[in-house]
Write a protein that binds this ligand. Sequence first.
Ligand code: XLS
Ligand code: NI
Ligand code: NI
Length: 435
Amino acid sequence: MSYFPEVPQIKYEGPSSKNPFAFKHYNPDELVDGKSMREHLRFAAPYWHVMRNVLGDPFGGGTALMPWDDASDSVDNALKRVDVFAEFLEKIDIDFYAFHDRDIAPELNNLAASNDALEKVVAKLKEMQAATGKQLLWGTACLFTHPRYAQGGGTSPNADVFAYAAAQVKAAMDATKELNGLGYTFWGGREGYATLWNTDMQRELDHLAKLLHMAVDYKAKIGFEGQFYIEPKPQEPTTHQYDSDAAACLNFLREYDLMDHFKLNIETNHATLAGHTMFHELTVAANANALGSVDANRGDELIGWDTDQFPTNVYTNVEVMLVILGMGGFTTGGLNFDAKRRRESHEPVDLFHAHIGGMDAFARGLKIAAAIKTDGRIEELVKARYASFDSGIGAKIESGEATLESLAEYALSAGEPALASGRQELVENIINEYL
Ligand code: XLS
Ligand code: NI
Ligand code: NI
C-alpha cells in the first residue's frame, strides 16, 4: 500500500535535471571536505509539520489533503500515520526525524490514557526505526497547545499545571529514550508573559529552572544519553518569551547552573524574529561551545511572524554551513526542517517539492561554504583586520599584560590611530564568486 503513489524514490540527478522529483544538488554520498553530504547535513523531518500540520492560518482552517488521516483522535489513526511517515522518510531519503509527544499520539481524556496512547505509538515507531534505519534526532513535549497551558507550562502561575507539564516531560523523555533519541528539546512554548502587571518574572524563571533541573536529574536516573537542547524564540505565542535569543538562553543556563547539560537548537525564523541574522545566533552559540542543532527554515521579510518556510535562501544556508563546518560539524544535532508548506500548497506531493527544495538549497550551502573555506581569502581578510593584536601593544592587551596606565602612556606617544578598511564590499564580491 502506497500513500504517495505518484512520487518515485527521490534520487540525485544533477543540476541539469528537470525532473521535479529529483535532487539537483543533494548527492548524499558525494564527499565534501572529506565527509559525505549525508553525514554533513543530517537532515531531519518534523512530525508536526509533515504529518499534523493541516495548513491553517489565523484567518482560515486547514487546507492540507491527507487522504490517509480520518481526523479522529484514535490510536489507530495515530498508528497509521507512522506508516505514512515511514514511506515519506524513505522516499525523500531523510535519515532523522523529530516529534512532540502530542504529534505522534493523541491527547485523550486524562493523563493516564494519553500516556498509554503515547506508549503504543512509540512501540510502533520503534518497529519503524528497526525496519528502516531511521533515527530520532530529538523528542519533546508539547506544553503549549492544550488550554491548561494557556498561562505557561513550567512558568504557569498554577502549581498543578507545573506538575502536569513535568509529567508530560517525564513521559516524553521516556519515549525519547525508548527510541534511542539523540537529543531532547525544550522550546519554551508559552514560557513567557503578556504583561508584567500580572506576572512575577523572577518566580517564573526560578520555576523554569526547577523544571530543567528535574529533567537533568531524571535523565541521569534513567540513563538517557541524548543531548538536551533549548530553542530560543523572542515572541509568539507570548509577547515576551523568556528564551528570547541565544545570548538570553546562555545567560539563563549560566545563572541557573545548567550550562553543562544543555546546548542550543537554533531556528532561522526565530533568529530573524529576534532581530538577528541566523549567522549571528549560530555564532553566539558556537562561541560558547553550545551550538547543538538547527531548525532549518526561514521567515518572510514582509510578514512579521514565524512563517516557517522552507530554507531555500542559499545565501543564508552558506552562512549556516560555514558556522557548522567551523565547529567541526554536528555531533548529536542535525538540520531539522521546522518548516511547513504554504496554505496554497495543499497536495501531498507538495511535501516532497518542499523538502527537495530545502535539501538542494542546503547542499548548495554546504558546497559553497566548503569552497569559501578552501579558498581562504575571506579568512585571510578577517585575520588581517586584527593583525595589530598579533604583536606589540595588541599582544600585550590580549595577554593581560597591559593596564590602563600603560595604554595611556602608549597612546600619548603613538599619536592618532590609522584605520585599515573593513573591506565589506570586497568580501561580498568574493562570496558572490561562489554563488
Ligand atoms: C515553534 C518551535 C517549535 C519547536 C519544537 O516555533 O519552532 O516547533 O521547534 O517545539
Ligand atoms: Ni523549532
Ligand atoms: Ni518556530
